[in-house]
Design a protein around this ligand. Sequence first.
Ligand SMILES: Nc1ncnc2c1ncn2[C@@H]1O[C@H](COP(=O)(O)OP(=O)(O)O)[C@@H](O)[C@H]1O
Ligand SMILES: [Mg+2]
Length: 315
Amino acid sequence: MIIICPKCSRRHKVNPDAVKPYVQSGKKLFATCKACKYRFPVLTNTLSDLESGAVPTVPEGKTRARKICVTLSKGGVGKTTTSVNLSCGLALTGYRVLLVDTDTQGQSGYMLGKKPGAGLTELLTGELTPEECILEARNNLWLLGGGKSLAGVKRIIDRKSFGAEWALSEALSNLDRQYDFIIMDTAPGWDQLIVNVLFYATEVLVPVALEVMPLHGLSEFLKSLGSIQKYRKEIELKYIVPTFLDTRIKGPQTLYAQLKRLYPDQLCAPVHYSESLAEAPSFGKSIFEFAPGSRASADYRELVRTVSMNDKAFM
Ligand SMILES: Nc1ncnc2c1ncn2[C@@H]1O[C@H](COP(=O)(O)OP(=O)(O)O)[C@@H](O)[C@H]1O
Ligand SMILES: [Mg+2]
């Protein structure tokens, strides 16, 4: 039988005869993962399943992570800034968060001041295990880094003769019980990796820069999302986050009002244009660390509350 570590997802082969006495006696059984040394309870009800080769999972009561991708085909709209600050804010609130960077630019790590040695590439190719690829970036926040090497992975995915759109879901399949949120930052454009992200995530968050032609970019993206939804009903556009709002000029406010009319259910409070948001990445800091008292910090705190549906989050 196989026992999976709920922390690092390593699978361990266990002799069922060694376990049976515990089940029969009704004693609580604990296992220690050989890979990450995490000690966890093995649920006795799952042990009976295991005789048939089924696989146990996580401690009782643990639900699956919400899987949110932050995406829009246009670059420079605040995808990485939003992914990183939303993840940090959720982690500060106490949620366990995995930030997955699916961009070849690998900027999520940079914004957090981290240089992951391995990341999503090695997990997708199966070279390394999740615990070898995932880096603890902050308290409650883990990072699965992106970077240049993902370009090679895209080619591998492209060459798959079938099931290509599920490659990411397969690679991340055991991780979603260990986190409350899995946030995915994506690259601009539209390629096989983004399709993979949209086959894995269940919620979409779209940052829309209130600068130039945001509505055109958004409606183009929504068409592409619609083509995915034909095959994958679970994925839903949940949040539209206006970014770069500059209240000194009229144009962005008109665009904001337009968005409000078109997407009343999805539209979130805006993130204002902020020098601090532009500066924080070069210090490897989130906005909460770099300028906790700033308006940008308040804007992202509000987004954390909206996404977590927790009014008290991170007050
Ligand atoms: N609200 C904002 N105000 C000012 N600068 C911002 C804001 N949001 C992001 N930036 C900066 O704009 C640039 C592009 O943002 P980024 O998050 O990298 O966009 P994307 O990931 O969509 O390409 C970055 O240099 C970032 O620091
Ligand atoms: Mg980016």
